[in-house]
Design a protein around this ligand. Structure first.
Ligand SMILES: Cc1cc2nc3c(=O)[nH]c(=O)nc-3n(C[C@H](O)[C@H](O)[C@H](O)COP(=O)(O)OP(=O)(O)OC[C@H]3O[C@@H](n4cnc5c(N)ncnc54)[C@H](O)[C@@H]3O)c2cc1C
Length: 362
């Protein structure tokens, strides 16, 4: 790996975890028990990785000692478990660069400009960074980022505008409902939900609310495929209308100012492949003692890694995170002896966890 000088405006911490999926979150816990501070970076605006992004309400039955929990509940429980260690989260940030510095630490940089230095890095990047699926319509690039958006930051920015929301899942319906329900002074002039069929994968309560808003005339629903976008006559870079081809095969023109697209998220390995680490079939090769990558001080845990017998299961990732934390000790605290301790009986760990259990019977 190339050596560069440390940047002046970085956060500094013991460990940086790339990925806030279940394994990245549990990595915080295992590092916390060893008294290592962690910052966690994720491309998504929320924590929880695949279970929250792909199956938030589906029951999971194979988390040890938890007979059943949903993807969302798992993430909530992990967040509660790691709270005593006060991890710092950088969400909505895709890590693009990872470089060893002259002092042996690693500089981690995101595409949005966040930078951090740490003695050890844990790549818990799952199947890659989740990115919004782009709208596949000719010429869309001319409007992306200004009038065609995949994320909403300030809903009030659409006050008085004609807004179309494309998609049939939770994000699309949540945003369409939210925009249509805003008070008049901040509401768009019109909200139209566009989906390719009159069946939705969003939560039933969101679908009922959407239908109620349509009945009240506060939102419209259009069924069809977006087949084209049109710039305004005076300024071709300004979105003026979209073309919607209905199930009847007729293409209609819908005037609008902004199009919000929620066609789901897809994972991309992206920059991880360029960090000079040994890769086997799009996964990071690790040993099974420390879950170290080919670069000392960089560990890989969870779905992103591969080794003989690897199973892409959450419980396997938890085991990997535990051994990786111990494996990182020489990088985190060089020369310091850190002893293995049980959470049941160690006063040190109780202090770290902020608990004071009764030890008199043990
Ligand atoms: C439908 C479905 C059902 C499943 N059911 C089960 C089950 O019942 N039991 C079970 O054990 N497992 C199940 N799995 C698998 C389980 O979800 C994964 O094993 C688990 O999510 C892996 O966790 P992780 O933390 O390694 O990665 P992920 O959950 O994928 O999280 C990785 C995170 O890293 C982020 N990231 C990646 N690259 C970057 C980058 N460059 N910069 C910033 N952030 C980045 C991503 O945005 C993501 O949030 C299921 C998977 C699916 C798809």
């Amino acid at each position: 790996m190339p050596m560069t000088e440390p940047a002046a405006d970085c956060f500094e911490t013991d460990a940086i975890i790339i990925g806030a999926g279940p394994v990245g979150l549990f990595q915080v816990f295992e590092l916390g028990l060893l008294q290592a501070r962690a910052h966690v970076i994720d491309a998504l605006p929320q924590v929880g990785g695949q279970p929250v992004e792909l199956y938030p309400d589906k029951p999971i039955y194979d988390i040890p000692a938890v007979p059943v929990c949903t993807g969302r509940e798992l993430a909530e429980a992990l967040m509660k478990q790691i709270a005593p260690f006060k991890p710092v989260f950088h969400l909505g940030q895709q890590v693009s660069r990872l470089q060893r510095q002259a002092d042996g630490r690693f500089l981690v940089e995101t595409t949005q400009g966040v930078r951090g230095l740490a003695r050890a890095v844990f790549i818990a990047a799952g199947v890659g960074a989740f990115q919004p699926r782009p709208l596949k319509v000719p010429g869309v690039e001319a409007f992306e980022g200004r009038h065609v958006l995949y994320r909403v930051q300030k809903p009030e920015a659409f006050a008085g505008q004609q807004v179309a929301v494309a998609g049939g899942g939770d994000s699309a319906l949540d945003w369409a409902n939210h925009l249509a329900g805003l008070p008049p002074q901040t509401a768009p002039a019109g909200v139209i939900l566009i989906h390719r069929r009159d069946a939705f994968s969003a939560a039933p309560a969101s679908v009922s609310r959407m239908r109620a808003l349509c009945e009240q005339g506060r939102m419209q629903l259009a069924i069809g495929q977006i087949t084209g976008l049109e710039g305004s006559a005076g300024d071709a870079s300004r979105l003026a209308a979209l073309k919607l081809t209905g199930v009847d095969g007729v293409t209609r023109r819908l005037p609008l100012d902004a199009l919000l697209v929620f066609h789901g998220m897809s994972p991309r390995l992206g920059p991880i492949a360029d960090w000079g680490l040994a890769i086997e079939r799009k996964q990071l090769a690790v040993d099974t003692e420390k879950f170290s990558t080919s670069e000392p001080g960089i560990f890989a845990v969870g779905d992103i890694n591969t080794y003989p017998g690897k199973k892409k299961l959450i419980l396997s990732g938890f085991h990997e995170a535990t051994l990786a934390a111990y494996g990182a000790l020489p990088f985190l605290f060089p020369g310091k002896d850190v002893f293995f301790q049980y959470t049941t009986t160690s006063p040190n760990l109780h202090r770290a966890l902020g608990v004071s259990p009764d030890l008199s019977d043990l």
